[in-house]
Design a protein around this ligand. Structure first.
Ligand code: PBG
Length: 326
């Protein structure tokens, strides 16, 4: 054979492969979600997310400092709200001394350069476990948006660099941007969960925060996984309304959506490698059916290759360690 083009030449050695790699992961690409609980010295493993923990603020701070040292540049905060503080309107979400607000301050004090993002949705604070206010068994859009805007201002006041609305109500990005402007938080950004699908892959997360919906499901606000064009509509509208970053969620089953959104907007695109996607790798690895590190790196690299420059993942720390050769 006298082939003119031999594609295997570029795969011949690790050095050659590294030289021509089109996609490389950096620790700064990774957003680390953190689950925060009340107390001191607390660290509870989440049963459906082996190796992942709910931590009190003091332990969270230590974790954030360690992550900064590994090159991770952003964290995404979630809190577990006490049952007694839950209601239908998310009252506790606006408490200036609430766990979220105290956590933001503590993390910013301990590691001022870390980009602190916060989840904005009512589900951890809702007696119904829904992302919005419930009336007559429905999730009410406009009244919810008002609370989300106030919640965002409250997070900005505590020092958040970006708010991350994960609720999928209509019009919330514009309402949040306007509320931030009015309150004088012109430097606070918005990472919009723009194409967030109604997905079974959130199951372990809802265990982590005890936030599973008490009735029904989230299909009247989160997207139908049958749809692709609708994701572009959501992302484009969020950019028009003032989103600084748009997100696709989940990630692995939605790589086509990540690419479609990447090709349709002019802002950074992030993807959320969600709890169920993490749990699947963990479970298969535990059974000895998959090599965990390889599955992790292949998954995260695929998500970046699809078009997500930023990836929220429970593997942030382990991936950063591996990238750093530690
Ligand atoms: C809450 C929220 C959810 C996740 C992030 N923010 C759960 C949900 O919408 O039910 C899921 C994250 C994950 O599964 O890792 N609005």
């Amino acid at each position: 054979m006298h082939l003119i083009r031999r594609n295997r030449i570029l795969r011949v050695s690790p050095a050659m492969r590294q030289m021509v790699a089109e996609t490389t992961l950096r620790p700064a690409d990774l957003i680390a979600p953190l689950f925060i609980i009340e107390g001191k010295g607390e660290k509870e493993e989440i049963s459906s997310m082996p190796g992942y923990y709910r931590m009190s603020i003091d332990n969270t701070i230590a974790e954030v400092k360690a992550m900064w040292g590994m090159g991770i540049r952003s964290v995404l905060l979630f809190i577990k709200c006490a049952d007694e503080a839950k209601d239908n309107k998310g009252t506790e979400a606006l408490n200036p001394d609430g766990l979220m607000q105290r956590s933001i301050k503590a993390v910013k004090d301990a590691c001022p350069e870390m980009v602190v993002m916060t989840d904005v949705a009512l589900d951890p604070f809702s007696i119904y476990g829904h992302d919005g206010i419930v009336a007559d068994n429905e999730i009410v859009n406009d009244a919810t948006v008002e609370v989300l805007a106030q919640m965002s201002v409250s997070h900005a006041a505590a020092g958040a660099d970006m708010v991350a609305p994960s609720d999928m109500m209509d019009g919330r990005i514009l309402a949040i941007r306007e509320a931030l402007e009015q309150a004088g938080y012109a430097k606070t950004g918005i990472m919009a969960y723009s194409a967030k699908y109604a997905s079974c892959f959130y199951g372990p997360f809802r265990d982590a925060l005890d936030s599973a919906p008490g009735f029904g499901d989230k299909k009247t606000y989160q997207m139908d996984y049958a749809n692709r064009i609708e994701a572009v509509k959501e992302a484009v509208m969020d950019v028009e309304e003032g989103a600084d970053i748009v997100m696709v969620k989940p990630a692995m089953a939605y790589l086509d959506i990540i690419r479609e959104v990447r090709n349709s907007v002019d802002v950074p695109v992030s993807a959320y490698h969600v709890s169920g996607e993490y749990a699947m790798i963990k479970a298969a690895a535990k059974m000895g059916w998959l090599d965990e590190q390889k599955a992790m790196m292949e998954s995260l690299t695929s998500i970046k290759r699809a078009g997500a420059g930023l990836i929220a993942t429970y593997y942030a720390r382990e991936a950063a360690q591996l990238i750093n050769g530690q």
